[in-house]
Write a protein that binds this ligand. Structure first.
Ligand SMILES: Nc1ncnc2c1ncn2[C@@H]1O[C@H](COP(=O)(O)OP(=O)(O)OP(=O)(O)O)[C@@H](O)[C@H]1O
Ligand SMILES: [Mg+2]
Length: 250
């Protein structure tokens, strides 16, 4: 039986206390219900610092949660990379890279997103340690160049101190842009939310990390809203994070 922790105990005593630069983290859960973006920011808040800066990649045209948490964490939002440096905040602990989309020409928007994320990923590969949080992995791997670079980071750059964190709604990906095996095998921590869809549960078990797939299914189905089954690959070790906060507002 996994132990239960509230969010603050988990993120400070378990996650941040053991996090090493270069470790990858995967957040899985269906849209809105899980709270992937919220959980990722909560963990970024516990580990990022000017010495271990984070960059959040946002490719949605709007996301209230991303804009509110960017401000709450004192991250700097930038539409382009490299960000403009501010004298008042020369070494921020993080940025949110949120390229603007004109929405008139989808190809031009896609090319623009690809260029901006590519510059930021290359920068992070050259400036370690750091963390890139690829919110919406699904959309990012649909950009060819980004897919190749994310793959390089997740399979090789870990040792060099760049941790790739990513969130996805489906463990399997979609037919047009599958989530390759290395995204499931590389993370040190995998956080899974409840998903009643059997096919997704099947994909959860790819990430068993030595814990029987059947036990993972059982535990995931018992989770409450906004709670997580967190699996640490190297233990293997698992616990439940009861992160639901009825008073939570963004
Ligand atoms: N621990 C929590 N307690 C209470 N409310 C939460 C919690 N986590 C997230 N929420 C709320 O749930 C909603 C969805 O959260 P969030 O945007 O983080 O989900 P998501 O999984 O990233 O969704 P999407 O797939 O659409 O990006 C938001 O309104 C958010 O404030
Ligand atoms: Mg989200």
């Amino acid at each position: 039986m996994p132990e239960h922790y509230d969010l603050d105990r988990f993120r400070h005593n378990i996650f941040a206390a053991n996090y090493r630069a270069g470790q990858h983290v995967f957040f899985m859960g269906r849209t809105q219900f899980a709270g992937k973006t919220t959980m990722a920011f909560a963990l970024l808040d516990a580990v990022t610092a000017p010495e271990l800066p984070g960059t959040v990649f946002c490719m949605k045209t709007q996301d209230r949660v991303v804009s509110a948490l960017t401000r709450r964490l004192d991250y700097i939002e930038t539409p382009t990379w490299p960000p403009q440096r501010k004298i008042s905040n020369w070494h921020p602990r993080g940025h949110t890279l949120w390229p603007r989309q004109g929405l008139k020409n989808p190809e031009a928007d896609e090319a623009h997103l690809e260029r901006e994320f590519d510059k930021a990923l290359l920068w992070h590969q050259k400036h370690t340690p750091g963390i890139v949080f690829a919110d919406e992995l699904q959309g990012l791997v649909a950009l060819k160049k980004i897919r190749a670079r994310l793959r390089a980071v997740v399979t090789r750059a870990g040792g060099a101190g760049l941790g790739l964190w990513y969130a996805n709604q489906k463990a399997t990906g979609i037919r047009e842009a599958t989530i390759d095996g290395y995204f499931k095998n590389s993370p040190t921590w995998t956080l899974m939310a409840k998903d009643p869809d059997e096919r997704n549960l099947g994909a959860y078990s790819d990430i068993s990390a030595g814990i029987p797939a059947k036990s993972i299914h059982e535990q995931v189905l018992k989770l409450d809203r906004n709670s997580w089954l967190a699996i640490h690959r190297d233990g293997p070790y698992w616990c439940v994070v009861d992160a639901f906060d009825p008073a939570w507002k963004v």
